[in-house]
Design a protein around this ligand. Structure first.
Ligand SMILES: [Zn+2]
Length: 242
């Protein structure tokens, strides 16, 4: 069965800006590969952090952070399911505030934002089909009136490890033994993904691949999305499920 990543489609989107209301886990510069671990697109609004926890994370933000320090901060964050939340350095936590310029017309899914959004309508349809998308509260305000707009939630992409060793080689991905960061040696080789179906968490709709960083959807998610003609994303083949 083919495997697909998620991309935005041509649906029109309103202009927007964000107010920095979230905090980041500290970044790490790896002493072996020199990669900066900064996964700014990993955003976890569904993790409920107290103001105290967010303050502690915010205070720890400095470029010289160690893995030990990250581990200490991670322990402060309550999680429902430990397996799904590999919180990487640099990921965003907390509630995002989006200022929207124009009519409230985000599509059902919008990836093209600092904080990806999904409509409550789409979430209901997916839930009725027993598909889980992790989501959390987002604050959307009209830029001019500062009025609160409803109907969307922030999407979480759990980090999952799904790729076969064979596909990691064929996609020319090189893993740093020290920090686990993957480097793409040949950006043209990405169509060789092989995703292990048995490792996909049951009923999960969307996730982010640790190995290649691609955001992928389950076959069930794609079937429901297309059947209900939901708007905002399209699916591009990246390889296959094995
Ligand atoms: Zn490294």
């Amino acid at each position: 069965m083919n495997a697909y990543r998620i991309l935005i489609d041509g649906t029109e989107r309103p202009d927007y800006s964000v107010e920095m209301t979230t905090v980041f886990l500290p970044r790490i510069v790896c002493d072996v590969c020199r990669a900066v671990r900064l996964e700014w697109d990993v955003y976890h609004p569904s993790l409920k952090c107290s103001a105290k926890t967010l303050d502690a994370i915010s205070a720890a933000e400095n470029p010289a952070c160690s893995w030990e320090q990250i581990e200490k901060l991670r322990k402060k964050i309550p999680r429902d399911d430990e397996r799904l939340w590999d919180l990487p350095p640099g990921c965003q936590l907390g509630r995002q505030r989006i200022l929207m310029d124009g009519p409230p017309d985000f599509p059902d899914f919008d990836l093209d934002l600092n904080c990806p959004l999904i409509s409550e309508k789409a979430l209901d349809i997916l839930a009725n089909n027993r598909i889980t998308v992790y989501s959390g509260e987002v604050e959307i305000l009209s830029f001019s009136s500062r009025k609160r707009l409803h109907g969307w939630r922030a999407v979480d992409f759990p980090n999952v490890r799904l790729m076969t060793e064979n596909a990691i080689r064929k996609c020319r991905l090189i893993e740093c033994k020290r920090c686990g960061e993957f480097r793409e040696a040949d950006p043209r080789a990405w169509r060789h993904h092989e995703l292990i179906k048995d490792r996909w968490p049951r009923r999960l709709g969307v996730a982010r691949l640790v190995e290649s960083g691609r955001r992928v959807a389950s076959p069930e998610f794609i079937e429901v999305w297309k059947r209900h003609k939901l708007k905002g994303i399209r699916f591009e083949r990246i390889g296959k499920w094995v």
